[in-house]
Ligand binder design. Structure first.
Ligand SMILES: Nc1nc2c(c(=O)[nH]1)N[C@H]1C(S)=C(S)[C@@H](COP(=O)(O)O)O[C@H]1N2
Ligand SMILES: [Mo]
Length: 368
């Protein structure tokens, strides 16, 4: 990786996390720290429904059962002995930018920092599934995490568990990740073994895998049918659509809001991803969306990873300016000015906007 792709270092002690909840731990980092292609492990958001499970890697076992020719129980060493692969994949929480919905939606009030890009290493899920041989009845693969607790809406005691259609599990490049950014997967992010599903919102990437079950009918657990569904109105479970692939989206990492600049050109920077298909373009508007100009893209074009973008404005007159940013993917999906409101606040991929000031005086202290 060239230095340009590494995150710029920040002052010591920075960045401070934005803590939404201490236990279960839910935190993100300010977007100014998302300023490189790679998200360092220490700067990736953490999203948990339950308290962290305690797992001894030596004693850890992964059971594969259900609609399979031959069920198996694997140790960490068994997975490590299988062919290893790695891929850069952008993890995005479907609740990212929930706090920007108007009117407010129910749930953890994520700002724009519940996204990050890391190199995940481990065993392709399809290699493991081939080993066990799905039976012809299998339609879905259920992933159960070791963490458990009460699902508040229904009062049920459950593990965090989510399913994928069998086809998505077999051909989507989903990974049983044992490493993250070249280090053993840390416990906070699902160690010793988690699923990482490229292009899907984060809820599909089940941490602390304990069991993989092949099912002959669709899974109806609460993290499948109550949470992670787009609801047009609170409780409208008869009109829900499941949250699946990420939507095309972008983040402004620079400037921080309300920064002041001397008259002249201003450089705007950020990251963007295509979601369901690769990123095609990032555009910037300085006139409220009337005209758009294309930003430069940089960084490797890894199929399920974000890219860096940069835009140098024309010389700007003194005053307050607002930049709007919109990304487009290869399917032609474009970020909307406002995302469709839904009761649980998922999939907010609205165009980011950033305000900044161009001022004649170079000393900030003299400005009102
Ligand atoms: N077992 C388990 N897996 C889980 C979760 C969880 O609470 N428990 N949260 C999911 C959600 S909603 C997201 S966005 C990602 C967050 O991954 P991270 O905490 O490593 O950033 O993990 C997913 N996998
Ligand atoms: Mo999430």
């Amino acid at each position: 990786m060239t230095d340009a792709l590494r995150p710029v270092s920040l002052p010591p002690g920075q960045p401070k996390p934005i803590i939404h909840e201490v236990s279960p731990e839910n935190l993100e980092y300010p977007t100014v720290s998302m300023n490189g292609w790679m998200t360092p492990t220490s700067r990736l958001f953490r999203r948990n429904h339950f308290a962290y499970p305690t797992i001894d890697a030596q004693a850890w076992r992964l059971t594969v059962d259900g609609e399979v020719a031959a069920g198996r129980t694997l140790r960490l060493a068994d997975l490590q002995a299988m062919p290893q692969t790695s891929a850069w994949m952008t993890l995005v929480c479907s609740g990212n930018k929930r706090s920007l919905f108007e009117p407010p939606a129910e749930g953890t009030p994520w700002r724009s920092g519940a996204a990050g890009n890391a190199e995940w290493g481990g065993v392709l899920l399809r290699d493991l599934l081939r080993l066990t041989g799905p039976s012809p009845e299998a339609v879905e693969v259920l992933f159960t995490g070791a963490d458990r607790g009460t699902f508040k809406e229904t009062g049920e005691e459950v593990h965090f568990a989510r399913s994928l259609p069998l086809a998505a599990a077999l051909d989507g490049g989903a990974l049983l990740a044992l490493t993250m950014n070249g280090e053993p997967l840390p416990p906070e992010h699902g160690g010793p073994c988690r699923l990482v599903v490229p292009r899907w919102y984060g809820m599909a990437s089940v941490k602390w895998l304990a069991r993989i079950g092949l099912l002959s009918r669709p899974f109806r657990g609460p993290f499948q049918t109550r949470d992670y569904v787009y609801l047009p109105a609170p409780g409208a479970y008869d009109r829900e659509t499941p949250v699946t692939l990420q939507k095309v989206d972008s983040v402004v990492t620079h400037p921080a809001p309300d920064r002041r600049f001397k008259p002249g050109r201003v450089t705007l920077r950020g990251v963007a991803w295509g979601g369901g298909s690769p990123l095609a373009a990032v555009e910037v508007s300085l006139d409220g969306g009337a005209t758009w100009a294309e930003a430069e893209l940089a960084g490797p074009g890894a199929p399920a990873a974000w890219r860096l973008w940069q835009f140098v404005t024309p010389s700007l007159p003194p005053g307050s300016h607002q930049a709007m940013v919109r990304a487009t993917n290869a399917d032609g999906d474009v970020q909307p000015p406002a995302a469709p409101w839904n009761a649980k606040g998922y999939g907010n991929n609205a165009m980011p906007r950033v305000r900044f000031v161009v001022a004649l005086l170079s000393s900030e202290a003299l400005l009102p």
